[in-house]
Design a protein. Structure first.
Lengths: 234, 295
């Protein structure tokens, strides 16, 4: 069996004194899409942040294509081909839309060109000279996604990308994600919007109190709906 | 036309030029402070001392190695910049998670150590530094006599400020700097080596101070306390302009220099306090400064 794109084993993570991940384990193979489901505060976002070392302290095992990356600085991990779309979107106010788009450095081969990205998100092209934070919520979300597609990152960590967005935009994002998957991107999504995530994912990890409570494969989804409802309260 | 408002034109223009020269120093120093504060969250109290070290590097280069002004203009920023990098790597990096106050106290301590060291070796009396030959003399513009060296100081510091502005606002490196000023962790998560960016920014900011020190050397006596005399005004300039705005620092620096110069003509008694009066008014009306953004 080939090495997983990303494998997290028994990972513990802390912000200051607060112990947030308690032995989190999951993995995602090349070209797969997995979701981290769970209630607020269950540790989904922290799991994504832990991959990049954006927490104060970590212990456990974290491998990117077989390579141990737990000791690396965040920028070194990103340089191995990881793209991160943060929950708060992280659009920079002092940069124009286009500067925001072009900000992340290239971390791998075969990223999309700015033209391709503008074709995928025409709104961004229209507003390329506006300050990034003047965009609408939906446009900012698209910008946050789009800017990591330019970099050639093959592993995308997407944190709550549908939060607070209108249904039509959520639909557009769903289409974009499908396209990315068919292009061979590996994707980890933390999302509360189960209906958005369900049809896209190969596997769901239900996260509860900083660890995985259940794993649900795509083909088991309908059979285990009841259990998911109970965990997620959807 | 020999008088304006009853003031001889030559005196008025002379003070205006002096104000512009002082304003150039304010602009260069407050620019460095603003860039450093933006990215490092450090109120760099050592800035004045490093400006003084820059002037001393020029003086020592000439005295001990026979290297002239033009050499010093390149050498002093490099030496002081390297020293700044050392300070950042060894001392400042431990303070980023803490309150501003710690950075302020530490850099204040560094300033005292530097000034004390230079006082120990050179005393408090000033060392004269010659104006370079190429910039000796003055040009008669018809309406006033313009000392060449002062014109050069204004031109050189404006050029340095504008290049700095261009790099920060218009280049990719500048985009990294602006983004990292807002959210360093995210920029690092994109693959940018932010710790290196922080180190280089501090080095660059203090190199600007050293450059200003070299420019100042032929105008004022090179003394260990030349920095602490200036830095208080520069901090007032930074407060008036608002931390973290590049063009704001430049305009405020030059503008306050000119206002100070004109005050010397019209009401000399207030010339040393006018900047602080303006600071108090600005703080009351716009606490974030004229060009600053509220955080």
């Amino acid at each position: 069996m080939p090495e997983a794109m990303l494998a997290m084993r028994e990972l513990h993570a802390w912000y200051g004194e607060s112990h947030v991940l308690h032995g989190m384990s999951f993995e995602v193979g090349h070209g797969e899409l997995v979701t981290l489901l769970g209630r607020n505060g269950s540790g989904r976002s922290t799991t994504l942040k832990s991959v990049l070392g954006l927490v104060d302290r970590r212990r456990g095992t974290l491998r990117l294509e077989g390579r141990d990356v737990l000791g690396l600085a965040p920028h070194r991990i990103a340089r191995l081909g990881v793209g991160y779309c943060p929950e708060e979107r992280g659009i920079f106010a002092s940069l124009s839309t286009e500067e925001n788009l072009r900000l992340p450095p290239r971390v791998g081969e075969g990223g999309m060109s700015v033209e391709e990205i503008y074709a995928m998100f025409p709104n961004l092209h229209e507003r390329r000279n506006s300050p990034g934070t003047r965009l609408s919520g939906g446009e900012q979300q698209m910008l946050a996604m789009a800017r990591i597609l330019r970099t050639g990152a093959r592993l995308l960590l997407l944190d709550e990308i549908t939060e607070g967005l209108a249904p039509v935009i959520v639909k557009a994002l769903g289409k974009a994600i499908e396209q990315l998957k068919s292009r061979g991107y590996t994707i980890v999504m933390a999302d509360q919007n189960f209906r958005f995530a369900a049809p896209l994912a190969d596997r769901h990890y239900v996260v509860e109190r900083g660890q995985v409570a259940e794993v649900v494969r795509k083909d088991e989804l309908s059979a285990r709906m009841g259990m998911l409802h109970e965990y997620l309260g959807v | 036309m020999d008088e304006i408002f009853g003031i001889p034109t030559q005196a008025l223009l002379g003070q205006l030029l002096l104000g512009l020269v002082n304003g150039s120093f304010y602009a260069m120093l407050s620019l460095g402070l603003a860039v450093i504060f933006g990215l490092l969250n450090i109120v760099n109290f050592a800035h004045g001392a490093l400006y003084m070290v820059g002037a001393y590097v020029a003086w020592m280069a000439l005295e001990y190695f026979g290297l002239d002004y033009w050499w010093a203009l390149v050498l002093a920023p490099l030496v002081v910049g390297a020293f700044g990098i050392l300070i950042e790597r060894l001392l400042l990096r431990w303070l980023y998670q803490l309150d501003h106050l710690y950075g302020l106290l530490l850099t204040f301590g560094v300033a005292l150590i530097l000034e004390g060291t230079y006082r120990y070796f050179f005393g408090v009396s000033g060392q004269p530094y010659p104006v370079p030959d190429a910039l000796m003399g003055a040009t008669d513009l018809g309406f006033m006599v313009l000392p060449n060296y002062r014109a050069w100081v204004v031109a050189a510091s404006l050029a340095v400020c504008l290049v700095t502005w261009y790099v920060i606002e218009r280049t990719r490196l500048g985009a990294y700097l602006r983004a990292a000023t807002e959210n360093p962790r995210l920029v690092q998560a994109f693959g940018v080596n932010v710790p290196l960016l922080v180190t280089l920014t501090y080095g660059f900011g203090v190199a600007l101070a050293a450059f200003a020190g070299v420019l100042a050397a032929p105008i004022i006596q090179v003394t260990p306390l030349m920095g602490s005399n200036l830095i208080i005004i520069v901090f007032a300039v930074v407060v008036i302009g608002g931390m973290g705005s590049i063009l704001g620092s430049i305009f405020t620096g030059l503008g306050l220099g000119v206002i100070e110069g004109l005050t010397k003509v019209f009401y000399p008694e207030a010339s040393s306090t006018v900047v602080f009066v303006i600071m108090a008014i600005v703080l009351l009306l716009r606490p974030a400064g004229l060009f600053g953004r509220e955080k």
